[in-house]
Design a protein around this ligand. Structure first.
Ligand SMILES: Nc1ncnc2c1ncn2[C@@H]1O[C@H](COP(=O)(O)OP(=O)(O)OP(=O)(O)O)[C@@H](O)[C@H]1O
Ligand code: SF4
Ligand SMILES: [Mg+2]
Length: 362
């Protein structure tokens, strides 16, 4: 059983964290001052993001095939919140993250960061946007340069942004200490000399060295043992409060997302099917897919456990998704309209949206 905090569990999912510790850390960022639009202005607006991967056609294939990895995804991320992104493997979570981080170019779509259009004329230059946003990936080893020590790794970011070597090393030492790695002990080690949990702490320190405002964590704790995972999650919560950070947290683990996220976005086959505050979304999921996804998770509380997952079969091929609602082949409530009309996101209760044709969403 997973336990992320010492408090009692609040039903089928683990307890949400207690208030973070104080903010007297010397490595704390002064980034709060870079807030331009105030708390009401979303930190990030994502509008109609699209990415289709073209598949190599066979010699005699006339039709060009493409994977609709991300197909018209729109959402906001508020300042200081953690937005969880969930959905089955292949639904487009990582592609969405990479598009936002501009590790790949979208086919279309718009990003607005704290009121400024990213890469637009008169907006925010791509290089400034990239400094404000950092990513942490699942594979802690592949993310690190095997030829750099941990100190050099963390100091690298500030150095390429013009900070002197002495200052960058001093910052790196403070950051390593802050993520729980004594610089005297770990600073001169190489990635292969650390455990997975320690490497992921270095990856977090390296990301923070850029003083970002937004961290995208793509399955960042998925490869860690449960106990190490809990420590890293708690560290992330503390860092977020200390440094006024905002998180986009991608995970297969619905327990972890429940623990960490303020709001949750559910993706299915390249689209958003539901988004809303964590509590109502977990307690009264509106979309049949979200309901199926949540019932498939073994509950933390034996009284809440369901015997069978109502989610049957695999997701359809993203090269040729079903017409209308993409979930219709697997949906127990599918009806005629679902085959001809794609449902749009509509608000059910305050800030809780679902894309489904059912008249009465539960
Ligand atoms: N570079 C690529 N070329 C072709 N297809 C790709 C590429 N990257 C991703 N895809 C496809 O796009 C779809 C979405 O992939 P993505 O990695 O975003 O899913 P995911 O939700 O992150 O899955 P997982 O939970 O397994 O990490 C999948 O069908 C995948 O096969
Ligand atoms: S739109 Fe139709 S097929 Fe899609 S989730 Fe709703 S009821 Fe099911
Ligand atoms: Mg992924």
């Amino acid at each position: 059983m997973i336990s992320f905090s010492e408090g009692p569990s609040d039903g089928p999912f683990p307890s949400r964290p207690a208030s973070p510790r104080g903010t007297d850390d010397p490595t704390r960022s002064a980034r709060g001052s870079s807030d331009r639009g105030g708390p009401a202005q979303p930190l990030l607006l994502v509008r109609e993001l699209r990415k289709f991967f073209k598949m190599r056609s066979g010699l005699f294939e006339r039709e060009k095939r493409q994977v609709r990895a991300v197909d018209g995804v729109s959402f906001n991320v508020a300042k200081g919140e953690t937005l969880g992104i969930v959905g089955e493997s292949g639904c487009g979570k990582s592609t969405t993250a990479r598009l936002i981080a501009r590790l790949m170019s979208p086919d279309s779509g718009e990003l607005v960061f704290d009121g400024d259009g990213v890469g637009q004329f008169g907006g925010m230059a791509l290089k400034d946007f990239r400094r404000n946003l950092q990513m942490v990936f699942q594979d802690s080893f592949a993310s690190l340069n095997p030829r750099l020590t941990m100190l050099e790794t963390v100091a690298y970011g500030p150095q390429i942004h013009g900070v002197s070597k002495v200052e960058a090393i001093a910052r790196a030492e403070a950051l390593l200490a802050r993520v729980g790695l004594a610089p005297d002990h770990f600073g001169n080690r190489y990635p292969h000399e650390l455990s997975g949990g320690q490497r992921q702490r270095v990856n977090i320190a390296r990301a923070l060295a850029f003083e970002p405002r937004l961290l995208i964590l793509d399955e960042a704790v998925a490869a860690l043992d449960k106990s190490v995972q809990a420590q890293v999650l708690n560290l992330l919560q503390e860092l977020k409060a200390e440094r006024n950070l905002t998180y986009v947290f991608i995970s297969h683990d619905l327990h972890v997302v429940h623990y960490l996220a303020d709001r949750v976005m559910v993706m299915y086959l390249g689209q958003v099917v539901e988004i809303g505050p964590v509590k109502p979304l977990y307690e009264t999921p509106r979309h049949p897919y979200t309901r199926a996804l949540l019932s498939a998770v073994p509950s933390m509380d034996p009284a809440h456990r369901t015997e069978r997952s109502p989610l049957s079969g695999d997701p359809p091929n993203p090269i040729n998704p079903p017409s209308g609602c993409r979930f219709r082949d697997r949906c127990p409530q599918a009806h005629a309209r679902c085959a001809v009309e794609m449902p749009l996101l509509r608000e059910t209760t305050g800030g809780h949206f679902a894309a489904c044709h059912l008249d009465e969403l539960p």
